[in-house]
Design a protein around this ligand. Structure first.
Ligand code: 13P
Length: 260
């Protein structure tokens, strides 16, 4: 990855953990992260936000949520607004995860509205894009990524767009144990960076952090992070296991090894 971009490892706990286990895991991660490590964020269930915020206070580990509603308030039973997440101590929020798109009908238009709402409340969105297996096999990957990415950031002022982190999460690699090869990840990340450059210029593209997500684990993080356009990881299952997640945070690359 480029030395200009700060590496970023985010955990997506999805719909896991009660309060006691959430607090325990947050403490273990906080205690294992040191100065000089990648930036780290924990995207926890809504119910755990306050408890984990308290634990992370004063530590470099950031708090994130996994979803939001696009309206600032109102009669939207069961929804949570961006301002409420900021109030609870969130810095980050995942937007457009494939599970939201696939299981909850989130369209590109909804993702765009959510991105704007997150930015409006001062949150940094982690914008997920990615193709299904069927789309990859029918050579639609680049079209799908272009449509998802462009629709999400269309019309955003560059200064706002600069607060976004992108995440390439091929749907076929999520929770399947089947990771994209480092070459496949790099190819997609380089393509997303090209889209970013077309949207807001080379400076924006060079600063955009692009995370890889999909069966990231201790065994594959080093090879992924060795790719020039892979700036970090969005980790699902393995972020629930403190030893594995800390190993992912403490990834090594040939460049890092040469510096030590
Ligand atoms: P897994 O790491 O469990 O494949 O999940 C990836 C993911 O969806 C992160 O947002």
């Amino acid at each position: 990855m480029s030395p200009k971009r700060i590496p970023f490892i985010a955990g997506n706990w999805k719909m896991h953990l009660g309060l006691a286990d959430a607090a325990k895991l947050a403490r273990e991660i906080k205690d294992g992260v040191g100065a000089g490590d990648a930036e780290v964020a924990l995207c926890v269930p809504y119910t755990a936000l306050i408890v984990v915020a308290e634990i992370l206070k004063g530590s470099p580990v950031r708090l994130g949520a996994q979803n939001l509603h696009w309206e600032p308030q109102g009669a939207f039973t069961g929804e949570i607004a961006a301002g409420q997440l900021a109030d609870a101590g969130c810095r980050y929020v995942i937007v457009g995860h494939s599970e939201r798109r696939r299981l909850f009908g989130e369209t590109n238009a909804i993702v765009h509205k959510k991105l704007g709402a997150a930015l409006g409340a001062g949150l940094s969105p982690i914008l997920c894009v990615g193709e299904t297996l069927e789309e990859r096999e029918s050579q639609k990957t680049w079209g799908v990524l272009a449509e998802q990415f462009r629709a999400a950031i269309s019309g955003l002022p560059p200064v706002e767009a600069a607060k976004i982190t992108a995440a390439y999460e091929p749907v076929w690699a999520i929770g399947t144990g089947k990771t994209a090869s480092p070459g496949q990840a790099e190819e997609a990340h380089a393509f997303i960076r090209k889209l970013a450059s077309q949207a807001h210029g080379d400076g924006f593209a060079a600063g955009l952090r692009i995370l890889y997500g999909g069966s990231v684990k201790a065994e594959n993080i080093d090879a992924l992070m060795a790719q020039p356009d892979v700036d970090g990881a969005l980790v699902g299952g393995e972020s629930l296991k403190p030893i594995s997640f800390l190993r992912i945070i403490h990834y090594t690359t040939p460049a890092a090894a040469a510096r030590n």
